[in-house]
Design a protein around this ligand. Structure first.
Ligand SMILES: [Fe+2]
Ligand SMILES: [Fe+2]
Length: 312
């Protein structure tokens, strides 16, 4: 047969590309598959990166390697990220096991991968700064305040109970809904000191935004079928998270804000004109006010999402 014969059957037309691979779910609009993950994350956001940063780094200020105060503040932030990411991958891996349908399980597979990757890139960054694994563990423990520990434990408790809805609400609405305004802030915060760290965080931020989007789409449907009693208990759980979050932010202010302010004052010439919040330059907002503004942003995000999923 002539290979250029146009009368041969179109093989592509023989495939049933529209036949779903997994049972249809009301929330699944086709954005949550591993194929989509490859196209969105591996082949796009992370293309030409190494551990989430440019293969060859430029723009890091030399003081990061010579000023103990700047190094300490930097390591506190990265330690906090690492603690959160570890909780996230453990929680999501547990949720995958008890998810009620294949589409959720497959999406959660990509989320486990994302959270493990976030953990890896931040651990890698610590190592880049000369912090070996044992020392990193010590730092993560030291900078995980009691309120933050309780916050993480409350998430893991829902997962350990095998309560998919409470666990997803805790991880994919509360935790993710906190991570992504936090990362949005941190991207700006470190942009002049270490643009590579900002890029690493930006990669995680893009994923967290997606995780919270999935959480919202998926949980909304599940909540609709619940009775008033169960909804009331989930609402009480959200309250508990909200209390722990406020406590966690207060503990940061009480323990570390002096350190952050001292460091910021020293580098104001470098970072003072960063627009840390819309219309607000870093030089015009104290570190304490930044933490309070960030908490207010997270609260607004949480409230808006709770309303959208129908549990406000
Ligand atoms: Fe993450
Ligand atoms: Fe996430």
């Amino acid at each position: 047969m002539n290979m250029t014969d146009t009368t041969q059957p179109d093989i592509e037309a023989q495939f049933s590309r529209d036949t779903p691979a997994f049972a249809a779910t009301e929330w699944d609009n086709g954005s949550w598959s591993i194929q989509q993950w490859l196209e969105r994350t591996a082949w796009r956001t992370l293309k030409n990166t190494r551990y989430g940063r440019p293969p060859v780094e430029t723009g890091v200020i030399p003081e990061l390697f010579t000023d103990p105060l700047l190094r300490q503040v930097y390591l506190i932030d990265v330690a906090v990220f690492i603690g959160g990411e570890k909780t996230s991958f453990e929680a999501v891996a547990g949720l995958l096991r008890c998810a009620p349908d294949e589409a959720s399980q497959i999406y959660l597979g990509t989320q486990v991968m994302d959270e493990c990757r976030h953990y890896e890139v931040f651990c890698r960054r610590m190592a880049d700064l000369g912090v070996p694994p044992a020392k990193r563990e010590t730092l993560v423990k030291r900078y995980t305040t009691p309120a933050v520990r309780n916050f993480y434990d409350l998430i893991l408790e829902q997962v350990d109970k095998g309560d998919f809805i409470a666990g997803s609400l805790a991880q994919n609405i509360v935790m993710e809904g906190m991570a992504y305004p936090l990362y949005r802030y941190e991207i700006k915060y470190w942009s002049r000191i270490d643009p590579s760290l900002s890029q690493i965080i930006r990669g995680a931020f893009a994923d967290e935004a997606h995780h919270v989007g999935f959480g919202e789409a998926m949980i909304r449907g599940h909540l609709q079928g619940l009775d008033a009693d169960r909804r009331g208990r989930l609402r009480a759980l959200l309250e508990q998270f909200s209390g722990l979050m406020t406590e966690a932010f207060e503990q940061v202010i009480n323990h570390y804000i002096g350190l952050y302010q001292e460091c910021a004052n020293q580098y104001m010439a470098v970072m003072g004109d960063v627009e840390i919040f819309p219309g607000r330059k870093m030089a015009s907002v104290t570190e304490e006010d930044q933490v309070r503004l960030l908490l207010a942003e997270i609260r607004q995000e949480h409230a808006a999402r709770a309303a959208r999923i129908g549990i406000a």
